[in-house]
Design a protein around this ligand. Structure first.
Ligand code: URA
Length: 452
């Protein structure tokens, strides 16, 4: 791993070269990363980020940045102690509760799942915040605890401590200040640095695309998917990226406690929203393929119905501190003010302003407006119609549960749903756009469109 930096690398020279669009050497990238956790000023870090965002980073620079950011903190090297462990990552969206189902399902299929999960960011919810609506559940963990949980339950889910990729933490905060958040190589290296620090041998990426995604345009999502799997491969990890729909909320509910409830209901019933279940099973099949285990999406669906994933979930949640009495009889609260969006005319649901819905949840109290702010776990969205559905005038499309509502919120909420005339084309979007594997041309979807 490239951790050695020559003291002769001058920040000024590095910045000058990147500004001119020249590729940086691994040694220069290491100097940037060391500077980010050391003596580089905000001005110097910001200048590097802006130059990198405008000029780009090539594959070698992206790899070097990823490696150096991972090496800036603790390396758990899980692969050495748990060679079959899988780490799953989503680029985030609205109603994305996949990780909470994926982990118990894949663990029940015999593959341990370890992940350090993020808090909410902008309009997207975070798995860590959602899980914290389970009374008692603790997400702090170190390597030893992670391995202990994997051995006991096959699942370990935590939040990254300050010692995991600290260089990424400074660079990420600076990206937020310098309008350089959405640079592809900076995003890919930031995501991968934390994966590398954890050190699972197999990585499954769910790269969202569509209005509610971090990168809404399909071409950007595909580019990120390729960059993630190619860089991971170059760093010795098996990886697959599945580019999936986020043009509408995923599943029936979006928020915090309500998503945990949807997950527990799905585990109890062995079934749930078709798009959610199809996606979880497709990702489980991809994880199994990476690990060389025979399990297709149909077999994953059968496993979901078996009740074993529910048993895993409960065992895991209890091991991470969840109140056992609550797990036996989970209770969830919805915020008290209800706002209903109805179809103004008959027709088909043609489009959903998914990002805006995420922002409304945030505004209604269900997200963090500043770092460390408290989250209202009861603020929720019940998403009832789906893109492509025929709807009648006055039919309920969705319902928002908020703590504070006003006329403006009601108006914006109603405008989030676009109805096309009866007879107009309004096809459901594909659930899986592409499966991207390292070194291969993007493969076709492995699951059918929902409704096919
Ligand atoms: N998630 C990350 O960890 N980093 C990014 O840059 C974007 C999303």
């Amino acid at each position: 791993m490239a951790t050695r930096a020559s003291t002769t690398v001058l920040p000024y020279r590095v910045l000058e070269r990147k500004r001119a669009g020249l590729p940086l050497t691994a040694e220069e990238i290491v100097a940037v990363v060391r500077g980010a956790v050391g003596s580089w000023s905000d001005g110097q870090v910001g200048a590097f980020l802006m130059a990198a965002a405008i000029r780009g980073l090539d594959a070698a620079e992206t790899r070097a940045l990823t490696e150096a950011m991972a090496a800036s903190g603790d390396l758990w090297d899980l692969h050495a102690a748990a060679p079959r462990a899988v780490d799953k990552h989503s680029t985030g969206g609205v109603g994305d509760k996949v990780s909470m189902l994926f982990a118990p399902l894949v663990a029940a299929c015999g593959l341990p799942v370890a992940k350090l999960t993020a808090r909410g960011l902008g309009h997207t919810g975070g798995t860590a915040d959602k899980l914290e609506s389970i009374p008692g559940l603790v997400l702090d963990m170190d390597r030893e605890r992670c391995l202990q949980l994997l051995a006991q339950t096959g699942i370990a889910i935590g939040v990254p401590s300050a010692r995991i990729a600290p260089a990424d933490q400074r660079l990420y905060a600076m990206r937020n200040l310098t309008a350089t958040v959405d640079s592809l190589p900076l995003v890919a290296s930031s995501i991968l640095a934390k994966k590398l620090a954890l050190g699972a041998g197999a990585l499954v990426f769910d790269v969202k695309t569509g209005d509610g995604a971090f990168f809404p345009r399909l071409e950007d999502s595909l580019a990120l998917a390729s960059l993630l799997v190619e860089t991971a491969r170059d760093l010795g990890r098996s990886a697959v990226a599945v580019v999936t729909d986020m043009s509408q909320p995923l599943g029936r509910w979006a928020g915090h406690a309500c998503e945990v409830r949807e997950v527990i209901d799905c585990l109890r019933e062995g079934d749930g929203d078709p798009r959610l279940v199809d996606l979880v099973c497709a990702l489980a099949a991809e994880a199994a393929a990476l690990a060389g285990v025979e399990l297709d999406a149909a077999a994953a669906r059968g496993k979901l119905r078996s009740g074993e994933p529910l048993e895993r979930f409960n065992r895991w949640a209890a091991a991470q501190g969840a109140d056992r009495r609550w797990l036996d009889a989970p209770r969830f609260e919805l915020a008290p003010i209800e706002i209903v969006a109805e179809a103004p005319v008959s027709g088909r649901l043609a489009a959903v302003a998914t990002r805006e819905l995420g922002m409304l949840l945030l505004e209604g109290g269900g997200g963090r407006k500043s770092a460390g702010a408290a989250i209202d776990h009861g603020v929720s969205l019940d998403y009832r119609a789906r893109i492509g559905d025929e709807v009648a005038a006055g039919q309920e499309l969705a319902r928002l549960y908020v703590r504070r509502g006003d006329e403006r919120l009601r108006e914006v909420f109603t405008r989030c749903f676009e109805i096309a005339e009866v007879g107009a084309d309004a096809l459901p979007p594909p659930l899986v756009h592409r499966v991207v594997r390292a070194g291969a041309a993007a493969a076709s979807p492995s699951v059918p469109r929902a409704g096919d």
